[in-house]
Design a protein around this ligand. Structure first.
Ligand code: PLP
Length: 477
């Protein structure tokens, strides 16, 4: 069967099927063997350049060969964020129906920009946004859109906040010193001077200090600044800390300032009763950013921005495009490009809808709950270990800890050297992938458990390895 193009840039149906099958085989093989291999691979640019840097070829090659090359020489050189023992940064473990939905959306070539151009995908986005509205506990009248990720959601939230405040001169923004860099960058993009992005100190559990927030904002108002937004964390990427959401909502209500919640990492915990209790009052925020490519098991890119009053988002972003004057369908038929910065947009709702339809919410809830439970069990493991120490209490799916000898020399520099050595050992040993964090200047190991394929055995084996490498490092450092 030929896979030669039929002419120009087209392929025969046979060639398309054969290539599609081969791509599927490659993926299924990768996914089914993931847990038995290493959690990370990477290569130096010098090496990769030798294999890949060339002028674009003028003539054709067999398509299978091109696929095999990409599967061999390109894609494996990556953090395997969906490996069951990948615990670094924020892991991501997409469901297979979600992956296929992205493939289908690309194949149908849907542009979810306007109702006229994509009514099916637009309706599905309304449905998925409505699911999110219910999970969060937002009222009717709330709405949102799917974005590339948490960074884009933050930018859109910040612009909406700025417009709601009347686009003032000398705007200022407030967030904890644990907030994600994406929020700071979003504030710059929205036109807030870097010197007017206020990083508010946190307490011993890395939660924003309300007195410090109130003091800073009052001083800023005295200086003539115009606060446009306070950003709360519903799960910091560092320690999983949840800011005092209720107190922040009260404060913002009194101050007349937009409250945005960055729930990119932790927000989907709300689908469980446990997570919902921890994220209590999140629904009082004006806007919330969430990432379904984190704790809702979707392929990248699956962010979302939810806004309590959807009209405020559309007021900030809706614009007439001359070339699209035919795309005004009418009332109650939203154009999603009026809710954010993108005109051409992938049909991102499809993957969420398809995977929830396939597995049902009970399975999603159980998978999120596993992350919460395993993180708590990991904390107990660390507490019970004679040589491990909790550095930040478990919050949602994250635990920060370190090796700490029960006796002997425990000076901070030695402890850091021991823990750096352990982290490097875990990395080179290839059993698992952990990352580190600096907590008030103190080096700590960090484990983030949000993968639906991770078992307690995966977590336990990783902690066993940390404890064992810690013992050995103590003898060497
Ligand atoms: C808490 C938090 N906010 C924002 C972001 C940025 O999200 P994205 O990478 O989807 O743009 C992340 C990413 O890890 C995050 O954990």
């Amino acid at each position: 069967m030929s896979t030669e193009p039929v002419g120009g840039l087209e392929m025969t149906p046979e060639a398309m099927l054969r290539l599609g099958r081969r791509a599927t085989e490659i993926l299924v093989e990768r996914i089914s063997r993931l847990g038995t291999g290493k959690a990370w691979d990477g290569e130096f640019r010098q090496v990769l350049e030798k294999r890949l840097l060339e002028a674009p070829p003028e003539t054709s090659r067999p398509a299978e060969e091109v696929l095999e090359q990409v599967a061999r020489d390109v894609l494996p050189y990556a953090a395997r964020l969906d490996h069951p023992r990948f615990f670094g940064f924020v892991p991501s473990s997409p469901t297979w129906p979600g992956v296929l939905a992205d493939f289908l959306a690309a194949g149908f070539n849907v542009n979810a920009c306007t109702w006229l151009v994509a009514s099916g995908a637009s309706q599905l986005e309304l449905v998925v946004v409505d699911w999110m509205r219910r999970w969060i506990g937002y009222p009717d009248g709330a709405g949102g859109l799917l974005t590339t990720g948490g960074s884009a959601a933050s930018v859109e939230a910040m612009v909406a906040a700025r417009e709601a405040a009347g686009n003032p001169e000398r705007p200022s923004v407030y967030m904890s010193d644990q907030s994600h860099s994406a929020l700071k960058r979003a504030a710059w993009i929205a036109g807030v001077g870097r010197e007017h992005i206020r990083l508010i100190p946190t307490d011993d559990r890395f939660r924003l200090d309300m007195d410090a927030l109130a003091g800073r904002m009052a001083a800023d108002r005295d200086m003539g600044l115009r606060p446009i937004s306070v950003c709360a964390n519903a799960g910091t990427a560092g320690t999983g800390a949840i800011d005092p959401l209720g107190a922040m909502a009260d404060f913002c209500g009194n101050e007349g300032v937009w409250l945005h919640v960055d729930a990119a990492y932790g927000g989907f915990a709300v689908v469980t009763d446990d997570g919902r209790a921890r994220l209590r009052d999140m629904e009082r925020a004006d806007s919330i950013g969430l990432d379904a490519h984190k704790w809702f098991f979707q392929p990248y890119e699956a962010g979302a921005l939810m806004v309590k009053d959807i009209a405020r988002l559309e007021k900030a972003f809706a614009i007439g495009h001359d070339v699209l004057q035919d795309t005004i369908w009418g009332a109650n038929h939203p154009n999603f490009s009026d809710r954010g910065q993108q005109l051409s947009r992938a049909a991102r709702a499809l993957k969420i809808w398809v995977s929830v339809q396939t597995f049902g919410m009970a399975a999603f809830r159980a998978a999120v709950q596993n992350g919460l439970d395993f993180a708590r069990r990991a904390e107990s493991y660390v507490e019970d270990s004679p040589i491990l120490e909790v550095m930040a209490p478990v919050s949602l799916g994250i635990l920060c800890f370190r090796v700490h000898p029960a006796e002997g020399n425990c000076d901070p520099e030695r402890l850091e050297r021991i823990n750096r050595k352990v982290l490097a050992r875990v990395f080179w040993d290839e059993l698992a992938f952990l990352s580190s964090i600096s907590l008030n200047g103190v080096f700590a190991l960090r484990i983030c458990i949000v993968n639906h394929t991770t078992t307690w055995e995966d977590v336990r084996r990783t902690l066993d390895a940390v404890a064992q490498f810690g013992e050995e490092a103590m003898g060497e450092v």
